[in-house]
Design a protein around this ligand. Structure first.
Ligand code: PEP
Ligand code: MN
Length: 359
């Protein structure tokens, strides 16, 4: 074959490639339009029956030289790429997604304390509110250490119904009073939609615990209030499920949502849960919401909380949560993993001097 002949054929191929590109791009635009219609109707994007019909029609029109199997596999690739396009489009429509909201969300707490902005947030306090004295002792220590947000559980989701269940509304009142007297903000877990209204006077941030990440009625209910929410990752939730749980809250109008990685269940026994550090940069990439890391419930080990907190901040976390108790050995919950006040002071001083904690 002369070079002239070869060049001629190659030119023809280039033309056909161009036409194919135009056609598959046009096809992709139609697929996107279909995606929007399906999104509105709430019907699934993948329709196996429709895909089968399209493939059968193509195969019966196939005159060769490609085999029917080759035609099927070529078109299946085009169909898959189209579905991927629809799911990218779907992500853009999620309120939690960075695709439709490029800037970081900064949650502004009372006293102009920000989460997700330039500075790191330290949230510390006991696992459970147990008494006025215990709560006030921790509050005083936190104030002295420069902590601004105090945690403390009043409604405790315990594994056993025979374990301490928390002081309920009394616990919230004790937390609020101790926090007020020491210039602190409060965060506490709410487990029942019926408690939300009453809790609003006592908490500055509502915590949704890991066990309730999939409690959609609770998520919807906290989505209706004007109060920041700290949402914990479920015990075995994928990041996609985690973000969709946040979407439940945001879709009801409450945009002040913060995410917190608290470790997931794996086969590893040397930590209480497995701290998924990779969740931090992924959540920051996928979402504009602030991301915190709970080093207490993830590791369950005092000896590695400092390096894990450093790793979390280095990976882009906006804050850390840690449990502190005046006398952990006597704590009514999580006795093994709460720091005493001296241990907390050392932890916080070391973290601040590491250069990773942002002031
Ligand atoms: C808590 O922070 O008090 C708690 C119960 O944690 P988690 O929901 O992550 O288990
Ligand atoms: Mn705890």
């Amino acid at each position: 074959m002369s070079n002239v002949e070869l060049d001629g054929l190659r030119n023809r191929l280039d033309e056909i490639n161009g036409q194919l590109l135009e056609l598959i791009s046009e096809r992709a635009e139609i697929v996107q339009e279909i995606g929007v219609v399906k999104e509105k109707q709430g019907v699934p994007k993948f329709d196996p029956e429709r895909e089968k019909q399209m493939l059968d029609r193509l195969v019966s029109a196939n005159k060769g030289p490609f085999t029917n199997a080759t035609i099927r596999s070529l078109f299946k690739q085009i169909f898959q790429a189209s579905l991927d396009l629809q799911s990218d489009e779907h992500k853009k429509t999620l309120l939690v997604s960075r695709k439709g909201h490029k800037e970081d969300t900064v949650v502004v707490l009372p006293g102009d304390i920000t989460v997700g902005g330039l500075s790191s947030l330290m949230v510390a306090g006991p696992c459970s509110i147990e008494s006025e004295l215990q709560t006030r002792t921790v509050a005083a220590a936190l104030q002295k250490a420069g902590v601004k947000v105090m945690r403390g559980g009043a409604f405790k989701p315990r594994t056993s119904p025979y374990d301490f269940q928390g002081l309920g509304m009394d616990g919230l009142r004790i937390l609020r009073e101790a926090a007020n007297d020491h210039g602190l903000l409060t965060i506490s877990e709410i487990v029942d939609p019926r408690h939300i209204d009453a809790a609003l006077d006592y908490v500055d941030i509502i915590q949704i615990g890991a066990r309730n990440m999939h409690n959609f009625e609770l998520l919807k209910a906290v989505g209706e209030v004007n109060k920041p929410v700290l949402l914990k990752r479920g015990l075995s939730a994928t990041l996609e499920e985690f973000l969709h749980a946040a979407e439940y809250i945001m879709s009801r109008g409450n945009t002040q949502v913060m995410l917190i990685e608290r470790g997931i269940r794996t086969y590893e026994k040397w930590t209480r849960n497995t701290l998924d550090i990779s969740a931090v940069p992924i959540l920051k990439q996928e979402s504009h919401l602030p991301v915190l890391v709970d080093v207490t419930h993830s590791t369950g080990r005092k000896d590695i909380m400092l390096p894990c907190a450093k790793a979390a901040l280095a990976a882009g976390a906006d804050g850390i949560m840690i449990e502190v108790h005046p006398d952990p050995a006597t704590a009514l919950s999580d006795a093994a993993q709460q720091l005493n006040i001296e241990e907390f002071n050392t932890f916080f001083t070391d973290l601040k001097s590491s250069g990773i904690y942002r002031f």
